[in-house]
Design a protein around this ligand. Structure first.
Ligand SMILES: [Zn+2]
Length: 91
């Protein structure tokens, strides 16, 4: 039983080997390809949004990590450069 996919352009079912999968994960049949159809705008926007979100999250994670490292370095250097606190006087 051959796999069939729904064309994103015209919506008909086509065999997997008779269609092209674009970068957005859509399947485009041969006749749609010949008319110059490559992708749907909706899918492209969704794809770009996912990418932007992924990079934004990655950037935020990097900033948080850099901040945590800077804080750790600051605490370590602060402790190394200042003498230990004198013991509390017992009464
Ligand atoms: Zn089609």
């Amino acid at each position: 039983m051959p796999l069939s996919k729904q064309c994103a352009g015209c919506g008909i079912e086509v065999a997997r080997q008779d269609c092209h999968r674009n970068r957005y994960g859509e399947y485009i049949c041969r006749s749609c390809q010949q008319t110059g159809f490559r992708y749907t705008k909706q899918k492209k926007r969704q794809y770009l949004l996912v990418r932007i979100t992924r990079y934004a999250l990655l950037g935020l994670a990097f900033i948080a990590l850099a901040g945590a490292l800077a804080l750790a370095a600051y605490v370590l250097f602060d402790r190394a450069s200042s003498p230990p606190a004198p013991p509390a006087a017992a009464e």
